[in-house]
Design a protein around this ligand. Structure first.
Ligand SMILES: *Cc1c(COP(=O)(O)O)cnc(C)c1O
Length: 353
């Protein structure tokens, strides 16, 4: 079979989606499945929906139109603040978008009126991650400015954690977010239908905290796809962590002399004694295909370096890999996202046990 390739097990993705939809559903939390890391691949999106997730979200309109063209009809939200240059497509293909700028909401309203529809807006509030979001103290005045824009319906508020700051949400912050929802509803005489409390980094909070407060939705990508919690990288009990495996091919394998100041020896990976030569193998993929820092190599192999089209690995023992042999690599979220968007990586689907 062709390499490099990403082997994708749709059954495992479906089961992960089912586990999370069921577990969070019983806690009163809707799961919105986030497809950005798989570029909105329709087969993967369908597996998530078959698992019982009812809505999807993505950060790029190209991924969303790809899913629409493939016949996916469920609600899809735009979770990145809409680009002004993409407003018409967003209103056409997304029932809902997450927003932080009045100028954008005005344009969404104008486009919705032309298309004779209503576009739902969820306001993103920044609870400390310092990526997107309206500051909590500005939320009231923002709502008073936007809620009468024709063509727009204010659906609720959302927040996001651990994306830029790397900080997971605490119980205190989540309680503050609920309190903000209560106070804002009272002060602006509105009712929020949707209170979207975060992403996969919220799962430890969702599963362990006693009260979910007002949060009734989480936008989940990484946990469905990779079965891990993003901040710690740890497996979430009940989920598969091997729905995706990247297969790379060895294109060169040679014993080469090394000196004791080689970085991997200095780092203690290779031991310091009796090493005068070392097997260096080259895998036929590189920076253009994935994020090499996000790959997990099999036991006995260490990552040495990478260029656009080569990944060099070092084996401690005499080479066990011949030219042409295949190496199985596990991926983190960024390695997965890049591999999914790389044209030279074949996507190979199965539904096996
Ligand atoms: C990517 C993203 C998510 C999903 O995050 P995961 O860690 O994949 O669960 C949710 N919300 C927003 C705004 C995002 O950009």
């Amino acid at each position: 079979m062709a390499t490099p390739r990403l082997e994708i097990n749709l059954r495992k993705i479906k089961e992960n989606a089912h586990f999370l939809a069921h577990t969070l559903g019983s806690l009163g939390i809707n799961v919105t499945g986030v497809t950005k890391a798989v570029c909105g691949h329709p087969d993967i999106a369908k597996a998530i929906l078959e698992g019982g997730v009812k809505e999807l979200a993505d950060s790029r309109i190209s991924n969303i139109t790809r899913m629409r063209l493939a016949g996916i009809e469920c609600p899809i939200s735009m979770i990145r603040s809409p680009l002004l240059s993409q407003i018409n497509l967003i209103v056409r293909h997304c029932e809902t978008s997450y927003n932080t700028e009045i100028a954008v909401i005005e344009k969404l309203g104008a486009a919705a009126r032309i298309l004779q529809t209503t576009h739902n807006v969820i306001l993103m509030v920044d609870m400390g991650d310092l990526r997107e979001g309206i500051t909590p103290k500005d939320l009231n005045s923002f709502i008073l400015k936007m809620r009468d824009i024709p063509g727009i319906s204010l659906m609720g508020i959302g927040t996001n954690f651990a994306c830029l700051s790397g900080l997971p949400p605490s119980i205190e912050i989540m309680n503050e977010f609920s309190l903000l929802a209560d106070l804002t509803e009272g002060e602006t005489a509105t009712t929020f239908k949707r209170i979207s409390g975060g992403n996969s980094a919220n799962l430890p909070w969702a599963i362990h905290a006693c009260s979910k407060g007002r949060t009734n939705d989480l936008r989940i990508g990484e946990a469905i796809l990779l079965g891990v919690e993003p901040v710690s990288g740890e497996k979430i009990e009940g989920l598969h962590t091997d729905a995706f495996v990247l297969i790379a091919e060895v294109i060169e394998s040679k014993i080469k002399p090394i000196t004791t100041d080689h970085p991997l020896i200095a780092a203690g990976y290779l031991g310091k004694e009796n090493i005068s030569s070392i097997t260096r193998s080259i895998l036929g993929l590189g920076n253009q295909d994935t994020d090499p820092e996000g790959l997990e190599f099999p036991d006995g192999i260490n990552f040495s370096g990478v260029t656009s089209d080569h990944i060099v690995v070092i084996e401690k023992e005499t080479s066990s890999y011949e030219v042409g042999s295949e190496i199985h690599l596990r991926l983190n979220y960024s390695a997965l996202a890049r591999a999914m968007s790389a044209p030279d990586i074949l996507k190979s689907f199965s539904f096996s046990q």
